[in-house]
Design a protein around this ligand. Sequence first.
Ligand code: BG6
Ligand code: MG
Length: 220
Amino acid sequence: TLKAVVFDLDGVITDTAHLHFLAWHAVAEEIGITIDEVFNEQLKGISRMDSLQRILKHGGKEGTFSDEQCLALATKKNAFYVQSLASLTEDSLLPGIRDVLADIRTANVKIGLASVSLNAPGILRALGIQHAFDFCADASLIICSKPDPEIFLAACAGLNVRPEEAMGIEDAPAGVEAINAAGMLSVGIGSGLNHAGLQLDSTRELTWKCLTEFWASRTY
Ligand code: BG6
Ligand code: MG
């Protein structure tokens, strides 16, 4: 039986994926690198420092900045990002999220969070949903970014369920890979997530009914 549902945060629970993009876009422009939304797909689910490395590589500037300069750039990005988070309120949940969280809880299935964002605790508080989760993996303890399964395995361990008893929900290719590599069932939200066990166009379709039907139809 299904014992837990583990959520990604940015781009699944709230639309912060776009705010991450805007902050990186501003920092990248300052060092002469232009990034667009297509390239940004490769940054979703990737930690702050790894994201910076990908941007530098994308702009042909890999290895041009010292560790200190990289840290300063990442800190600047985070300052822009945190500023933009001030606009988050309890109304910033993506469509359907409040209902699906409530329905999962009513069904007595555990709810976990697997976000590599160090800002996750603050975002949950701003959204007023910090109590909706039985366990949130601590991003500061995670060594390997998605697509490594580490954070999803940490979430399952914290929830005290086996990965085969859980499903994960993601908006990023790297995140879907991480769920699959953990041995969990994967749900992808948005386009281009061909490796997800179930692909949905938006969180509007992410209903408890849809999740239970998917669970019942699994083939392993
Ligand atoms: C992930 C986002 O959830 O968190 C990435 O998808 C982001 O875009 C990563 O880089 C780390 O976030 P933060 O808030 O610690 O910089
Ligand atoms: Mg995401």
